[in-house]
Design a protein around this ligand. Sequence first.
Ligand SMILES: Cc1cc2nc3c(=O)[nH]c(=O)nc-3n(C[C@H](O)[C@H](O)[C@H](O)COP(=O)(O)OP(=O)(O)OC[C@H]3O[C@@H](n4cnc5c(N)ncnc54)[C@H](O)[C@@H]3O)c2cc1C
Length: 352
Amino acid sequence: MAIVGGGVTGCACAHVLAQAGKRVRVFEAREVAGGASGRNGGFALRGGALAYDVARRDLGADRARALWELTERYLDRLEELAGDAFRRTGSLRLATDASERAELEAECDALRDDGFAVDWREELPKPLAGRFDGAIFHPRDGSLQPARWVRRLAARAVEAGADLREHEGVGSLDELEAEQVVIATDGYTSGLLPELDAAVKPTRGQVVVTEPLERRLFPCPHYARHGYDYWQQTPGGRLVAGGFRYKALDHEYTAEEATTPLIQGYLEQFVAELVGEDARITHRWAGLFGTTVDRLPLVGPLPGRDGVWVSAGYSGHGNVMGLACGELVGRAILGEQVPELELFEPSRLLPA
Ligand SMILES: Cc1cc2nc3c(=O)[nH]c(=O)nc-3n(C[C@H](O)[C@H](O)[C@H](O)COP(=O)(O)OP(=O)(O)OC[C@H]3O[C@@H](n4cnc5c(N)ncnc54)[C@H](O)[C@@H]3O)c2cc1C
């Protein structure tokens, strides 16, 4: 069996297959976690890219609940596997203005009605007070050191017998002799199969990191403006902040993995205002994630391609979903019935 992509998805899938005694080889063009899995904001959130009430409306109540329950189970799985690369901090989803506040209140009500743990935060501490208008606290979410986590997962897969080939890019699926192939390349999918290129749009995210701040301001991951802007403070005190894609949306749908002065400028200004001190930026980078038109990933067998599977298109929410979907695909390849895959059926966006 062959897996293309050594991020969280590919490593999770390889881990399951190798543990079941299968011969599995992972091809990674760069290094493990060289893609989005090592470049992301480190938010480990339940759910997907849709708000819960929107998911209930668009997917139906049962499927929305199934998706949220799946990701809650996989937050527990992440905690079990990730060791000190994961902290169960909760996450704070902030309203930027009155209209976003109304949306968050509706989401909070929907979650509560369906029995999911959730808190509304009216009083916000400094430096959030006056800047944001209420927030949802999701107590079961967490914070990741993403590259450390995925390297650890890769090491588990190798221990179980997987053959991990770094710096071995796959130019075409014809090169692979495996009976089953899994494409786990999320936003870096370009060029392997035309139908995937059409369905999974590369989307760029940019990040800045400050030197350690003097004060501990943010005990958990924070995100605002419909999730576009996000930040968290690492255990060592650095602020990691990303977002502002909405300032140049068309431009940020790109497969070019490079920072831009425009978005970096917004991020720097935002960080300076938020922390109220002149915090030096020490690191900056860009990464790609894959977006689909309905903001759900494509996970399962590819229509019309015998033995080819995909798990990609998490639309910016691949930390927990990537672990879940990588494992689900592995279990399906092993012949298990995996009812959760119905949520992500590739044929909905990829007609045969
Ligand atoms: C800046 C940024 C911030 C984000 N923040 C969050 C967040 O806070 N929370 C969250 O849940 N999600 C977040 N995401 C999304 C999340 O990081 C991804 O959805 C997730 O990491 C996808 O994992 P993956 O293993 O599927 O893909 P990736 O980690 O992208 O791995 C794909 C790998 O495939 C390799 N590859 C591609 N083509 C080939 C080929 N032909 N041959 C061999 N190898 C190949 C690439 O080199 C890459 O390493 C963010 C993404 C970015 C870019």
